[in-house]
Design a protein around this ligand. Sequence first.
Ligand code: MSP
Length: 658
Amino acid sequence: MDSNQRKKSQKTWYLTTPIYYPSDKLHVGHAYTTVAADALVRFHRLYGDGVFFVTGTDEHGQKIAQKASEAGKTPKEFVDGIVQFIQDPLWKTLGISYDRFIRTTDQEHTRVVQNVFEQLLERGDIYKGTYEGWYCLPDETFWTESKLIDGNCPDCGRPVERVQQESYFFKMSRYQDRMIQYILTHPDFIQPTSRRNEMLSFLESGLEDLSISRTGLTWGIPVPHDPAHVIYVWFDALLNYLTAADYLEAPEKFARTWPPDVQLVGKEIVRFHTIIWPIILMALQLPLPERVFGHGWLLIGDTKMSKSRGNAVDPIALTQKYGVDAVRYYLLREVPFGADGSYTEEALRLRINVDLANDLGNLLSRTTAMINRFSAGYIPFPHSVPREPDQVLPKLVVEIYDAVDHAMQQLLISDALSHIFRLIHAANKYIEDRAPWNLAKNPATKDELDHVLYNLAESLRIVSVLLTPFLIETPQKIRQQLGLTTPVRSYREAIFGQLQGGEHIKRGDALFPRLDLHGEQHEAAGGMEPSTEAVKTTPSSPNPPRPEEATNPITIDDFQKIDLRVGTIRHAEVVPSADRLLKLTVFDGIRDRTIVSGIRAHYDPEKLVGQQVVLVANLKPVKLRGILSEGMLLAGSQGGRLSLVTPLSELPEGARVK
Ligand code: MSP
């Protein structure tokens, strides 16, 4: 999509996160959804769209009541404490810029839930009957026999209990065909497509009426005129999206805001949001959300990060250790939104070193150092006619402007960031290609030098604009160093050529200090104390993995097929377009070979020059990022540590290793 043609509408762009259970402190998995939502709304705000961003807490139900009684508190006292913590320090620390924080214990919400209940009762969409079946307490969900898997809850796999009680039912069965039709005719409604297909087959297997009231429980919203029943927590919770948009309180505002443009939910609650929720809206004759996006989970090893599994990581501790922008960057960049992804602290540290410190931080410090040295600390005016190589960055910016916009429209947040880093890589490469230090040697190339320095400063200014939705502090830090005093206000500032020239730069601290990847390897950041009933299984940051017994024996003949030789590294440089690669020139006694190696996060290229290494000399050459790599270096690695293998004492190059 060409963003210049994107239509502005009068409608407020409305985005929601799920409302979280305040049954425990939230962990990095919850922060993941909320940070993603925050980046999306910040992007839309920057674009000039009117935005409404809602998050909040889901406070009723048996599970919360039980937790409160274990803590010796009333449910309200119990949730008040946790909700306070979620608002501040949690969301405040992570820079979550919500417009409304909705609590299901808000008076206004009670009015909405009771109003909806009465409307549906009147229309015959709710009726009273008897419920008999299976109940999953942790999920607060009823199941019929046929839906159980091995006798357990099909959502969470935990045991269910047999129950029988009088209940109000929501006549979902009435809407089965309309719902199927709706999904078929609205291909964007459920994303990603895999979740859409799952929901279609769930619907096609038959839709039963849903029990939406409970007796014997007082912590909930009472059914109007029948207070022995409280309304089922999921029915209550889903309606938060109506309350937050002022469904009853301010009809004009509601008309401008409704329906939600994007609802982000974790994959395990897609069913609630794409079947029960839209059917409630159909029954109320209200428009359905434009898109419900079911994202994947953050995993520790193979299991979901969760407080009850005892493997939860505390986002605040992580932020204190690494800074808010590093944590946000990692969450937004590491896992493509939609897929499951592993959380490891090592991967976070790598992202900090490679992307933030090396690529972005170095670009800023090299650029400002050169402006200091070659232009007396002032950003030059671009006064030469741009040569071909000086047009590369302006052209790339035009492409990236649209690519980032397009990715964000598709909710491909990680892709958007990788486009921005393409610009950063290209600017680093531009420094190497244009070698300003050579241009500075000759007064005849002063104009060219000025142009190169301007292009670099301008690219960094554009990076500061593009990064604004994702990072909280960094864009402003970049701008300060460039001598810019205004904050970023519009996405349109990401157009090349707006930097005036003549700004006095102010060099500052490194944007992201490099971490010693080996030093603190085993220190855990941010484990959360397990809750009282939690079974503590895995520590929050993994211990170094235990070595495993060697399997798959080979013969000496097999081994001798590998031609290992000693070589010396003569030259090393980063591969600008690749996160983790170094391009090395290794002398093997006969000739210089080019070897591309994924060790960039572990070694500064300069420090490798002159080191002896062991290489696999008869490995078939392969092209990596367009570079022909003629061999492989031996390296040992475990638990995120890596070391090249080197002879104990110097050997002539070409010596065989056996
Ligand atoms: N209260 C309900 C939602 C009601 S919405 C009307 C609920 N709450 S929750 O606190 O259990 O989960 C809220 C969200 O956090 C869910 O979308 C869930 O997928 C997400 N996550 C919880 N753990 C997570 C990970 N480990 N990884 C990614 N998201 C995770 O469900």
